[in-house]
Design a protein around this ligand. Structure first.
Ligand code: S3P
Length: 168
């Protein structure tokens, strides 16, 4: 599998609460690849947390930084890259992911996403209270991914198995 990737990355996309970071980390371990979380990289590059970026500079500023960071990270493949839930709404980012990676949509229903984002508190996710409004706008875009894997409440390893089985 890894040899077939060449320099392409496995890019996890989907809504906040879908499990991109936890599943991504485990997928990377299973394949012996590096795992990178775009949100963490953005926070490191900005020297502040995502809620601070939103509060201080606003969402458009965050999105510009997010697009830059993901473009840079996509040149470091092969790796597993988890993107923030809104990243692929940028058409340029979407194109880059398509060229330099294999996109995997971790698909989850609204009830699951709501439960998971509530559990962790909404403090670290500025848009968490808009899940219901954002999901129908984003799903058609997520659906353009190379691979779709449905996530319910099964163990992460089961989802990782599903992803590995679906890889080209
Ligand atoms: C966002 C999702 C977050 C983070 C930011 C905006 C979104 O990432 O990038 O708070 O627009 O859905 P996660 O999907 O990892 O929570």
């Amino acid at each position: 599998i890894v040899a077939a990737l060449g320099v392409r990355s496995l890019v996890l996309v989907g809504m906040m609460g879908a499990g991109k970071s936890s599943v991504g980390r485990r997928l990377a371990t299973r394949l012996g690849l590096n795992f990178i979380d775009a949100d963490t990289e953005i926070e490191t590059a900005a020297g502040m947390t995502i809620p601070e970026i939103f509060a201080l500079h606003g969402e458009p500023y965050f999105r510009a930084g997010e697009a830059r960071v993901i473009a840079r990270l996509l040149d470091q493949g092969p790796q597993v890259l988890a993107t923030g839930g809104g990243a692929v709404m940028d058409p340029r980012t979407r194109d880059l992911i398509h060229i330099k990676g294999i996109s995997i949509w971790l698909k989850a229903d609204l009830d699951i996403l709501t439960k998971r984002t509530k559990k962790r508190g909404t403090g670290d996710r500025p848009l968490a209270d808009r899940l219901k409004e954002l999901l129908p706008l984003r799903e058609p875009i997520y659906a353009m991914s190379d691979i779709t894997v449905q996530s319910r409440d099964e163990p992460h390893d089961v989802i990782v198995d599903d992803i590995i089985a679906a890889l080209p």
